[in-house]
Design a protein around this ligand. Structure first.
Ligand code: G6Q
Length: 544
């Protein structure tokens, strides 16, 4: 592949660097006092999400230059290539079409000469039928009891999306169903998830794109043994196990009937798969109608991303701001702070989405980057984080851009709770931006020696995202917003946001050591001296 022009040599990049040198010390206090209407101007609203970016260390010129950069690297063409089904995952030679998972019936997206949208809807319809049968009790377990417990077994992309969505949409879920997730190969995960359940009422969804992942297959076999030991009949598998996979041969080998398998495609990346059949547990929990509303939310954001001009395009602006801090200010991390308890797994979900996608050190043509790529994502729901790590965001030596996410209407109205919750969103963003000067601290009567400790420098950048209410639809919009922001960043950095060779490495590394731990006689070890010693110590103590 021909080498593209180096990002750092691009005119727009150099203009941004010069601009950064000029403005990076300007304080948000100054920016707001010079332009009192800044907060009314620097926001974008689209498809029901409101994004305030006025509390960023940017001027109109910054935004103009960032957009120039997006244009110079050909972001528009990259977006079109993804939506068209081009094989933009170059290292795996695959199309990247999570957007097809939420394309409405009747649309057409071609992959290798075949329209994939009808297949997407065929699977969705089968999922809807199956979900309805579980929810109305017409799908019976082996002993004739109705299914009351759903356990999704999967890991990484086959777990984090379903867990996050289940937690996020719990308000909309059928409370007669117990829905749990087993991901870790640590036996505790399985043991705790099943200890109080009746096998006769329990359905396992084995979710694995490849159906070969060590953790998932180990848990799946344990689940099979657990069910059969309690139900005492091989035939029970047909009523208590379904699979979500692209690998029909392995599914059948496991003993799951192909008619109980829900398929998807190699053009769906694991971390982009929550809208595919990987979302089966979500659909069973919230019902097909709500699931489709979630897909409609995703689709609305897809359309916005595809068609809105860059200066009004939520994911593009978010992605460009991420590049601004990551590459020019040297920010290492982004904190994502949802002020919504139902979004408690959203930061963990975003960690995979962002860090697996953009944690890359070479460009598409394989040459090393000479700039920083994806930032570290982390976070906790508000207000809990305020009583722990916010200290560093306010007064530490690191710059940590934050995403605050809030909803105007509560799902569980309870006295003053919601106003108190949202007052914290606004107060935190305000304090981070404007801080507290020594003069203000002194004026409060603080003794001189304590003043420096109580000063807040401010000038800490934040984005505030507001939606009216957490619904399946608004969740879809929010997730798609981040997906496309990640895409925008990856396009600027000219990296493959859709492969994950680091994960593949993890999948093979342990294989060598497993037999060394399990061998009945002392194995010959040929690792480094640290690994050898650890293995010996474990073997000595494991059964003592
Ligand atoms: C996601 C990654 C990874 C993957 C898991 C599970 O983008 O590829 O997190 O989802 O390793 O893989 P399987 O679904 O194949 O079990």
């Amino acid at each position: 592949m021909a080498s593209a022009m180096k990002l750092t040599d691009r005119q727009a990049w150099q203009a941004l660097q010069a601009h950064y040198n000029q403005i990076h010390n300007r304080h948000l206090r100054t920016l707001f006092s010079e332009d009192p209407k800044r907060g009314e101007r620097m926001n974008v609203e689209a498809v029901g999400l409101y994004l305030d970016y006025s509390k960023h260390r940017v001027t109109d010129e910054t935004i103009r230059l960032l957009i120039e950069l997006a244009e110079e690297i050909g972001l528009r063409a990259r977006i079109d290539a993804m939506f068209r089904g081009d094989k933009i995952n170059v290292t795996e030679q695959r199309a990247v079409l999570h957007v097809a998972l939420r394309a409405p019936r009747g649309e057409s997206i071609m992959v290798d000469g075949k329209d994939v949208v009808p297949e997407v809807h065929e699977v969705l319809d089968r999922m809807a039928d199956f979900s309805a049968r579980i929810r109305d009790g017409s799908w019976k377990g082996h002993t004739g009891k109705r299914i009351r417990n759903i356990i999704n077994i999967g890991i990484g992309g086959s777990d984090l999306g379903p867990v996050m969505a289940y937690e996020a949409l719990r308000h909309y879920s059928d409370r007669n169903l117990t829905v749990r997730f087993v991901s870790n190969v640590d036996g505790t995960d399985f043991a705790e998830a099943t200890r109080d359940l009746d096998a006769a009422e329990t359905l396992f969804i084995i979710s694995s794109k490849t159906f070969t992942t060590l953790e998932t297959m180990t848990n799946a076999h344990t689940a099979r043994e657990w069910s059969l030991s309690k139900l005492g009949d091989e035939k029970a598998v047909a009523k208590h196990f379904v699979a979500v996979s692209t690998n029909a041969a392995e599914v059948t080998k496991f003993g799951i009937d192909a008619k109980n398998m829900f398929g998807f495609w190699d053009w769906v990346g694991g971390r982009y798969s929550m809208d595919s059949a990987i979302g089966l547990s979500t659909m069973i929990a919230i019902g097909a109608e709500n699931f489709r509303a979630m897909l409609a939310g995703f689709h609305a954001m897809d359309e916005h991303f595809r068609s809105a001009p860059f200066n009004r395009n939520l994911p593009v602006l978010m992605g460009l701001l991420a590049v601004w801090y990551n590459d020019f200010f040297g920010a290492q991390t982004v904190a994502v702070l949802p002020y919504e308890q139902y979004l408690k797994r959203f930061p963990a979900y975003l960690q995979q989405l962002t860090m697996e996608s953009n944690g890359k050190h070479v460009m598409l043509d394989g040459t090393p980057v000479d700039y920083q790529t994806g930032p570290i994502f982390w976070g906790e729901p508000g207000t809990n984080g305020q009583h722990s790590f916010y200290q560093m965001i306010h007064q530490g030596t690191k710059i940590i851009p934050c995403d605050f996410i809030g909803f105007c209407r509560p799902l569980n109205p309870l006295g003053r709770h919601h106003d108190l919750l949202l007052s914290n969103v606004f107060a935190q963003a305000e304090a981070l931006a404007f801080g507290k000067t020594p003069e203000q601290v002194k004026a409060e009567g603080t003794p001189d020696w304590l003043v420096p400790h109580r000063v807040f420098e401010g000038n800490r950048p934040t984005t505030t995202i507001l939606a009216d209410e957490l619904t399946p639809e608004s969740l879809g919009k929010l997730v798609a917003l981040y997906e496309h922001s990640v895409f925008t960043q990856g396009a600027i950095w000219n990296i493959d946001s859709f492969d994950q060779w680091g994960v593949e490495l993890g999948k093979v590394l342990a294989q060598r050591i497993i037999p060394e731990l399990e061998a009945s006689t002392e194995p010959k070890l040929a690792h480094d001296s640290s690994t050898n010693t650890l293995i010996r110590r474990y073997r000595e103590r494991r059964h003592s």
